[in-house]
Design a protein around this ligand. Structure first.
Ligand code: NAD
Length: 529
């Protein structure tokens, strides 16, 4: 049967064979019915569990039309009302924890404990912005150009409709957590999730609507990026992308064509530095998590580990033992540590990286093999030493359960090597001297740096911005930047007295001399400058 024949018979109501995702297909935005479909697999088995319409350009345009209409009345509602909905969503996310974890696990293949990180992240962002949006967005008085004669306000308008394209690795949080501040700022949101993981975004939509979000305000258009990325970017008033740096560069060019403002959250090749005074047991625990959470498929995962020569042997021995102790498996409970990779193509990439390093002389301290006995895309957490510089896992993002350990002899060298990358997303520093750790952290060229933690502490600190330096991104999520980017700021100034030119009857030369004198005075007087 051809795709279009299959699509002609497509029944949205019964397209999901798995109870955990059943019924979510009805949250897809469609213009005129289904013309093409795609299958979603359970990643532990790679068996098809659901079939969804692959949205086309007309569906995307329809989604924007509906979203635009819904946004008008949404923007008129007080921020406090929007906050209430988001805080109800916060509670619903925690109430429906188990259902959400099932959906995320089915379509990503990650372990339940790693799926739970996504639920926590959504709750943290909903709580933070749900309580703080009004403050962030409040109209503020600003200093006027001519104090006394003028009054200036800074005001923030919603941009309109925010378009987002999201990846598969954290499909719940990278859709819901990034959408929350956009919605609170008075916008509508249209999201194209990754084809591997559309159901998490659909589940988020279901819960947002249950919390009271107007249905048309948040649209999901599953499908393929190369097919519907362009119309989404054309239609939106602000574009948020999370994915690889290669795709990021393509979509940014498209956004540039339309002068659409955008933020890009991209890849990383994240370094950790273990100093000679680090608590080695603590560092091993934190860095095993930092390297192998979600089977290494996290943008902020540690892939380069620089260890001081004086503690290198002890660290490698303990790190390898802890890595070997990780339990892999396909279960829908908290009993195992690590799940599988997203699909076979990604497994091949991970295998290629390890083989490249191995054939060029790297030592595989542990792992280095696929585990088809556990499922089609399981791969053992892998620790490499003696990794040659020209090998793939040395500088390219593996985005899998593979880490290289390198040795350094002084702090300066460690910082230099950590910064020797085209990426700059996340870094990690380990030392028992906290002041020293923080001082090193400020010198690491990454958007987030964790001291005595791999990645989670800085990511959870949502009051501060998070994002990438260098090729790891443009713009930031979290903190004030994470919400203000979804607004158009406006300066409104009232001229209360006088004029911005020479008063009537005063020759311009005399006026100019007077203005210069006043400017000198203002610069000298602390209360005025
Ligand atoms: P990807 O770039 O292949 O895909 C991301 C999204 O872009 C998907 O929805 C995909 O369908 C879409 N897409 C693909 N080609 C497109 C095109 N030509 N036009 C428009 N859209 C297109 O990335 P991925 O494999 O899904 O995710 C892994 C990458 O994402 C890694 O590099 C990882 O580091 C990065 N990532 C970054 C962050 C962050 O916050 N910085 C978070 C998660 C993942």
């Amino acid at each position: 049967m051809t795709v279009s024949e299959q699509a002609g018979e497509f029944d949205l109501e019964s397209a999901e064979s798995d109870d955990r995702i059943a019924g979510l297909g009805r949250y897809v935005t469609l213009a005129d019915g289904v013309t093409e479909t795609f299958d979603v697999t359970e990643k532990y088995t790679q068996e098809v569990v659901g079939t969804l319409p692959a949205c086309q350009e007309t569906d995307v345009r329809e989604a924007f039309e509906r979203a635009r209409e819904a946004q008008e009345s949404w923007a008129e509602r007080p921020v406090s009302e929007r906050e209430e909905i988001v805080l109800d969503f916060h509670d619903l996310v925690l109430d429906h924890d188990d259902e959400l974890l099932d959906v995320v696990q089915v379509e990503t293949g990650k372990s339940r404990r790693h799926a739970h990180e996504g639920v926590m992240d959504v709750a943290i962002n909903a709580r933070h912005y749900g309580h703080r949006a009004e403050d962030y967005l409040a109209r503020e008085r600003r200093e006027a150009g001519v104090p006394g004669a003028q009054k200036t306000w800074e005001h923030h308008h919603p941009v309109g409709v925010v378009g987002m394209i999201t990846p598969w690795n954290y499909p719940l949080s990278l859709t819901a957590s990034d959408a929350i501040p956009a919605l609170l700022a008075g916008n509508a949101v249209v999201i194209k999730p990754a084809p591997d993981t559309p159901y998490s975004a659909l589940k988020a939509k279901a819960l947002l609507e249950e919390a009271g979000l107007p249905a048309d305000l948040f649209q999901i258009v599953p499908g393929y990026g190369p097919e519907i990325g362009d119309p989404l970017i054309e239609e939106c008033d602000y574009f948020g992308f999370t994915g690889s740096s290669d795709t990021g560069s393509l979509v940014a060019a498209k956004a540039g064509e339309h002068l659409t403002k955008c933020s890009l959250e991209l890849g990383g090749k994240n370094p950790a530095i273990v100093c000679e005074d680090a608590d080695i047991d603590k560092a091993v625990e934190g860095l095993v998590r930092g390297c192998f959470t979600n089977a290494g498929q996290i943008c902020i995962s540690i892939e380069r580990l620089y260890v001081h020569e004086s503690v290198r042997d002890e660290f490698v021995e303990k790190f390898v033992a802890a890595t070997e102790a990780l339990e892999l498996g396909a279960t829908y409970d908290y009993s195992v540590d690590v799940g599988c990779l997203i699909h076979e193509e990604h497994l091949e990439k991970v295998e290629e990286h390890v083989e490249d390093a191995r054939t060029r002389g790297a030592t595989v301290e542990c792992g280095g093999t696929a585990r088809p006995d556990l499922g089609p895309t399981f791969y053992e957490p892998t620790v490499l030493t003696d990794v040659p510089e020209e090998s793939l896992p040395c500088c390219e993002e593996t985005f899998g359960p593979v880490v290289g350990i390198y040795e350094f002899s002084d702090e300066e060298e460690a910082i230099e090597r950590a910064n020797d990358s085209e990426y700059g997303l996340n870094g990690s520093v380990w030392t028992e001297d906290y002041d020293r750790g923080v001082d090193i952290a400020f010198q690491v060229e990454c958007g987030t740096v964790n001291v005595n933690e791999g990645y989670a502490a800085a990511f959870a600190a949502v009051d501060a911005p998070m994002g990438g330096m260098k090729k790891s991104g443009i713009g930031r999520r979290h903190g004030d930047e994470g919400i203000m980017k979804y607004t158009e700021s406006q300066n409104v100034t009232l001229q209360k007295a006088g004029t911005m030119s020479a008063p009537p009857g005063v020759p311009y030369g005399i006026y100019a001399t007077g203005v210069n004198y006043a400017l000198r005075l203002i610069e000298k007087i602390p209360g005025l400058r």
